[in-house]
Write a protein that binds this ligand. Structure first.
Ligand SMILES: [Zn+2]
Length: 500
């Protein structure tokens, strides 16, 4: 297919006006035909708030619907433990079908029933609505939540996967190695499905815990991938180990990082390592995704110090940015909390879902200046509000510290190789103030005293806190501290405060 034809056929390149009206049509259909009839939670929510689903015709109409959040799941679970998660899962009962399906659809079902029998109808419904797969939240900040997928959602996972690989510009003749930890987490499986959907060879090693870092390095040397895909901290560790062995990795010049904000300084550290191992023209792309969306979005390849933002899929979801305090919907490019609405899913579906993720720079609706896609793009400067910890640094009051900003600042420093923050109580006394201890493994020759002083100044101006102690440790010790080889997620922040 010619490049022009390919673009014409690719929905992500259609004029935004066209995409927007498509999005409204899909949204209306989803709410009236699937969500309201078959979702126990949302039917109840609509009824309680006297919302007529037929009146939700455009994205602007969504404002009539109250927000959902992680708490909605816990509330549903406490109401009925067995059915908690299922309250969000679309369940087409016979009664709901008869009551809510439009007449034309119902007649189709009745004909099918008469002509081909009950089993045929049941099979068709099962294919679309029966959950067959799940991914869950990692549960590092909260109790884990499971999200269910039906065959329909697996098809969507393929669609997202194919789109992501196109956006990051994978060369189908080349291969990729996926070092996301093997677990029922979205990142690992989204990557696996991407390769299958796009007909690209991807070796999924399962990460450090399954093969060990040495095993991962050997796999990379064997496969010679163009792309390496994984969690930022682990990819960095892996490449450092390879660099220490003086390996040649000139074939590897694309890195895709998931699950975490990726500051430019961190991207350039990875770029330096690859350059030292013979690679040139290195591109590093961040991705954004969360369990509740059962989907991920990617940056497109740009220079290391520029981010295109995450390319979204307007035929599959709606993103809004709101003021986290008032709930007011913000305009294009404005900061606020990301709110997600599924408009084309089965299984567990959420609408107007407060992600708890705060985005600086909001959403942009103009075409991407790097790849020309016309889809809304989310700024890549996202921090998770769940990472905001209440620290009692003085006896007077607690301070809310955005740990994510702190992480970003440390990752960005070229003098720091690895780090870990420990939150403790002074003298290990639960009634005492909190203390922040930073462990650093520095890069090369650093004037430790001067650097520690300068770092604390930077930290103070960025986050209004300082470290009570900055301790310099060896590469070996920091590796043991963050458990990079054995933990599913590197332990970069350890909260050791005893319960009062
Ligand atoms: Zn782009």
């Amino acid at each position: 297919m010619s490049k022009y034809r390919e673009r014409l056929n690719n929905i992500l390149f259609r004029p935004w006006k066209e995409l927007k009206s498509l999005q409204n049509r899909i949204l209306h259909r989803f709410i009236t035909r699937h969500l309201y009839p078959f979702s126990p939670h949302y039917r109840k929510l609509f009824d309680e708030n006297k919302i007529d689903p037929r009146r939700i015709k455009t994205v602007d109409d969504l404002r009539a619907i109250p927000f959902s959040s992680k708490d909605s799941f816990f509330d549903a679970q406490s109401e009925d433990l067995a059915k908690g998660t299922l309250a969000f899962c679309l369940q087409p009962s016979e009664e709901a079908l008869k009551k809510y399906l439009p007449k034309t659809e119902l007649i189709k079902f009745l004909c099918l029933n008469t002509l081909r029998g009950k089993d045929c109808v049941r099979n068709r419904l099962e294919k679309e609505y029966k959950p067959i797969f799940l991914t869950a939240t990692a549960g590092t900040t909260n109790k884990p939540i499971s999200f269910l997928y039906t065959n329909y959602d697996i098809d969507n996972l393929y669609i997202y996967g194919k789109r992501i690989l196109e956006i990051i510009g994978i060369n189908k003749e080349r291969a990729a190695v996926n070092v996301f930890p093997y677990a029922p987490h979205l990142a690992f499986w989204q990557t696996v499905f991407s390769g299958i959907a796009a007909n690209v060879f991807i070796l999924s090693t399962g990460g450090g815990k399954t093969l060990g870092t040495e095993g991962n390095i050997r796999s990379i040397l064997k496969v010679k991938p163009e792309f390496l895909i994984g969690v930022p901290s682990y990819v960095y560790h892996l490449l450092k180990m390879a660099r220490a062995e003086n390996l040649d990795m000139n074939f590897l010049n694309r890195v895709v990082l998931g699950a975490g904000r990726v500051p430019a300084g961190f991207k350039s550290k990875i770029c330096d390592l690859l350059n030292e191992m013979g690679a040139s023209d290195v591109r590093i792309m961040g991705t954004y995704g969360f369990t509740e969306a059962r989907c991920a979005w990617s940056e497109c390849p740009t220079a290391i110090d520029i981010s295109s933002g995450y390319h979204t899929y307007p035929d599959k979801e709606v993103f809004e940015v709101i003021d986290p305090d008032t709930g007011e919907v913000k305009g294009e490019g404005e900061d606020g909390e990301l709110v997600y609405t599924c408009i084309d899913g089965r299984g567990s579906c959420v609408i107007r879902y407060r992600t708890g993720d705060f985005v600086k720079g909001g959403i942009t609706y103009s075409p991407c200046p790097h790849c020309g896609r016309t889809v809304p793009r989310i700024s890549s400067d996202i921090s998770r509000t769940s990472n905001i910890k209440n620290l009692q640094l003085s006896k007077i009051k607690g301070t809310l510290v955005n740990i994510n900003d702190l992480e970003c600042l440390l990752d960005n420093k070229k003098e720091i190789d690895e780090w870990q923050i420990e939150i403790v109580k002074k003298d290990n006394d639960p009634y005492e103030v909190d203390e922040l201890i930073l462990y650093i493994c520095p890069f090369g020759d650093v004037n430790r005293e001067e650097f520690a002083h300068r770092l604390n100044d930077n930290v103070l101006s960025a986050t209004e806190v300082t470290f009570n102690k900055i301790i310099f440790v060896s590469a070996d010790e920091i590796r043991k501290r963050i458990e990079i080889e054995s933990a599913v997620k590197a332990k970069k922040i350890v909260d050791k405060r005893p319960a009062a």
